[in-house]
Write a new protein. Sequence first.
Length: 220
Amino acid sequence: MNPRVLVVEDDPQLLETLAALLAAEGYTVEPACDGQRGLHLGLTRSYDVLLLDRGLPALNGLDLLTRLRARGIVTPTLMLSALDNPADRVAGLDAGAEDYLSKPFDVGELLARLRALRRRHLETARVLPVPGGRVDLDLRQVQRDSVGPVRLSERECALLATLAARPRHVFSRSQLLGLVFDEAGSGVVVDTYVHYLRRKLGRKVIDTVRGRGYRLGSMR
């Protein structure tokens, strides 16, 4: 499956250029021309990486990223900006961006930074936010905000981590069967482990989307 990238840029020509460039590199590109549209897409769809311009209309790139992070969206993000002084770079990184690239930029450097960003994210994403706390994949436990940690079985942890890695994505039972359970058994085993997780962590940890499957519960 091609990596999915959300590109939020208010310059139509640059947006078109970036979309074509990334598509040629094998990305599935979702373009947005303002911050409000970018926020809507970021909250309702799942991506492997975000490419955000800082100076956006309606909602600037810093506020957009801050809102996404507050809702538990941990997708690695490269921020673009015409502002190139240290204070501006610090502001972008403090808002939650993993990398910051000034305009004008070299195309080869942009693509290399995106590749490096995705590699680092895959290597380091061992603690993921879930409703009410964080799941630690190495310790196989959920550290909750209000009480002590909850231990998980290997498959419980794998199921929760799969949902947490793409928090807005709805997974069908057949998808989860293949991703978590190596296609052993039927979709009933998915329902069983969803029940186990809800029993340990509360019903709101996983949402049922009628007729489609499951997704991570709301972070609110």
